[in-house]
Design a protein around this ligand. Structure first.
Ligand code: C6P
Length: 408
């Protein structure tokens, strides 16, 4: 996989920003979209647009085939046993809420425990807090080690038969930290707890299957893997999906509606209330095709190469602190840092003047910011189209920032 060839498929990457060539280093927030995804969505609106699952006319049949075709592609990408195990959601946040409200609300009671880690995105914290309010269950958090890994040294003492849910990020959007999936899943299994992996960062970046992960649910967003916003997936074990209640009611998700009661459509439709984002699903399918063609092993190998290079080069900058593991076998390509006492927002603004787009802030991980004892970090994140030369541009812009802020 050659990022220079890959770049040619991404029209936006030839843009100039503030008179400089755009260097897009914010793929952990959202990735850019290749022409293949843009064309697939465009083609749907130009030639096939109709609602799905209802119409008895040609366009509706075409739209349904394209929508269901996208589900099948996502299922193959995950090596799921059946496309029916893939629920199309509005994204990771919506998927976690679907599990929290569809499973948690009906299965948790006072005294039950939900185990998270201190590196979770708010999407894997706040829904569980809301469920705790409804059910009386309590939250617990696994701490982090000094080298930014999930600390499992006390796991046996933390997990017991009160633990009913273990929910954790497959890859941190701030630290880049991966895992430890197998250990957490096994510990959860040993006490019969339900497991959910927030795969928003993991699935786009690592060759993995739902069988490798072994969780009960794996959730992720299309827009972080070259697809459009507004769509994502919730893979779940069929027996849990069958047993779970829908979190949202409305059209398309019912078998029958009486005046005072309703019955649900089969999985996955009982979780897809209302007219779905059809063009977005088709774009998601095209993104999965694109990544499959690149090969997820190649995607990961490139990520390791560019992240290693970035960590080494960032290490050359005085007063710069990286928050995350140094070992690239344990991390992905989201690299958070601070530079002296320059506020990350100021840093991002200065870098933007050089055309370099990075994110600054708490990255929707305020509990983690407290652990790191910083209000915010700057974050550069890499994907399939980023080159080592772009890392050089980042480094040059950071040296400029040091000069501008007169860092001694
Ligand atoms: N992170 C970032 O880091 P949505 O918004 O539903 O597509 O994804 C939410 C989400 C959940 N979990 C993790 C680990 C994530 O990284 C994210 C999204 C973005 O820049 C936005 S805060």
């Amino acid at each position: 996989m050659n990022p220079t060839t890959v770049r040619a498929d991404f029209p936006i990457l030839s843009r100039r920003v503030n008179g400089k060539q755009l260097v897009y280093l914010d793929s952990a927030a959202t990735t850019q979209k290749p022409i293949q995804v843009i064309d697939a969505m465009n083609d749907f609106y130009r030639r096939h647009n109709a609602s799905v699952h209802r119409g008895a006319y040609t366009l509706a049949e075409e739209a349904t085939a394209l929508y269901e075709g996208a589900r099948s592609k996502i299922a193959s990408f995950l090596d799921a046993d059946s496309p029916r195990e893939v629920v199309l959601t509005r994204g990771t946040t919506n998927a976690i809420n679907t599990v929290a409200y569809g499973w948690g609300l009906y299965n948790l009671k006072p005294g039950d425990r939900i185990l998270l880690t201190k590196m979770e995105h708010h999407a894997n914290v706040v829904p569980w807090q809301l469920i705790c309010r409804h059910t009386g269950a309590e939250l617990e958090y696994l701490p982090l080690t000094d080298d930014f890994l999930v600390d499992t040294s006390n796991l046996e003492a933390v997990i017991d038969n009160r633990t009913r849910v273990v929910a954790f990020s497959g890859m941190s959007n701030v630290l880049g930290t991966i895992g430890p999936h197998a250990e957490l899943i096994q510990a959860a299994r040993s006490v019969g707890a339900m497991t959910i992996i927030d795969g928003a960062q993991l699935i786009p970046h690592a060759p993995t299957t739902v069988h490798d992960l072994g969780a009960d649910f794996v959730v992720f967003s299309a827009h972080k893997m070259l697809g459009p916003t507004g769509i994502g997936a919730m893979w779940g074990r069929m027996e849990l999906l069958e047993a779970m209640e829908p979190a949202e009611g409305g059209g398309s998700m019912i078998r029958d509606v009486q005046l005072d009661n309703s019955t649900w459509a089969d999985v996955p439709y009982k979780f897809e209330a209302g007219t779905p984002p059809i063009a977005e699903a088709i774009g998601f399918g095209a993104a999965v095709d694109y990544l499959t063609k690149l090969g997820m092993d190649n995607v990961r190998a490139h990520e390791i190469e560019i992240t290693r290079y970035a960590l080494d080069r960032l290490g050359e900058i005085p007063d710069l602190t990286v928050y995350g593991p140094d070992d690239t076998s344990m991390r992905g390509g989201a690299v958070s840092f601070t530079l002296a006492d320059i506020h990350p927002h100021d840093l991002a603004t200065i870098l933007d003047q050089q055309g370099v787009a990075i994110r600054a802030g708490h990255h929707c991980a305020r509990p983690l910011m407290r652990v790191l004892d910083v209000p915010a970090t700057a974050r550069a994140s890499f994907y399939v189209y980023n080159t080592l030369e772009e890392v050089d541009a980042l480094i040059a812009a950071l040296h400029d920032a040091r000069r501008i802020f007169d860092v001694a």
